[in-house]
Write a protein that binds this ligand. Sequence first.
Ligand code: NAD
Length: 327
Amino acid sequence: MHTVAIWGAGSMGRTHANCYKQCDETHVKYVIDSDTEIAHDIAALCGAIPQAHPEAALKDPEVDIVDICLPTYLHRECVEKAAYAGKHVFCEKPIALSCDDAMAMTETCKSNNVKFGIGHVLRYFPEYEMAHDMIISGRLGKIGVVRMSRTGPFPRGWKNWHSDSNRSGSLLLDLSIHDFDFLAWCFGDVERVFARCARHDRPLEYALAVVRMKSGVIAHVEGSWAHPAQFSYEFEVCGSLGMIEFDSCKTQPLTVLAESVQTGKPGVAVPESPLKDKHPYLRQLREFLAFVDGKITPRVAPEDAVKALRISLAAIKSARTGEVVPV
Ligand SMILES: NC(=O)c1ccc[n+]([C@@H]2O[C@H](COP(=O)([O-])OP(=O)(O)OC[C@H]3O[C@@H](n4cnc5c(N)ncnc54)[C@H](O)[C@@H]3O)[C@@H](O)[C@H]2O)c1
């Protein structure tokens, strides 16, 4: 039996709480959030104790896993606190805002002998998993060009933290990192990146990155926080023996595009796979539990999360300087 403390009960804390409810042998004992109302709501979902502060959970010997769903700028501090308390740690992506922080966190987990998982959930979306397997098997031949896109409304998280690049890292770090991780998973190391980014005072943000892999593959990665309402994602992979394409919008028979702000509710879009029986967030957390039990090697190592972060940081630098940035 695993006993979990969820730290951060916003959009992702809620998603993880719902997943743990479906995991046998797992009990969420604490939900920690500085907003006590939110902590109560999510704790009620899974029969947990709401807490405004982490101390009780970190001291509780029953708790063996701390699941961190806090804004990105808090990841390093909180992952390290949990590791020092001897807890295994699952942390939402992006691992951190800088590679130095990410490597320090990885080291702290290693030296405290606790397991460390990062939520690069795209690897658990069945459509991306299938594309990865086809690429690796050689079924599409030699891959030349890849196009990836991830677009949605501006996220309305706690205290608007996404709009502050010192807290979220901005679109290329918070959102496009999913696609950068997928590229590294499929094609290995990146050689260089060129990116352009448009911001607007609403705030809206749009970015386009061209990523040249060391293997020669060229990828276009589009990210947007300027869509009026719908969160969607697409990819197209072109090889010498064929191509594969996916568009999350095509799985929906009816599409309504209305300003999401009209609902008046805060929140961050959490993508869902149209293949409902293969819930990616649940599969991801189940795999982390199996990793903690020593049954498997994880699909996402902390080093993978650092690689994805490095690509995001290179793209941000390119967008700022207007130059091609080697990775
Ligand atoms: N894997 C994915 O698909 C995905 C999707 C969205 C977000 N994320 C990532 O998950 C993380 C959390 O994002 P979110 O969308 O859930 O954010 P959110 O804004 O919805 O929620 C953040 C929560 O943290 C709480 N909080 C803030 N500071 C705190 C503190 N010091 N102590 C305790 N609680 C505190 C807030 O009250 C809020 O409830 C981010 O790193 C984000 O990039 C991942």
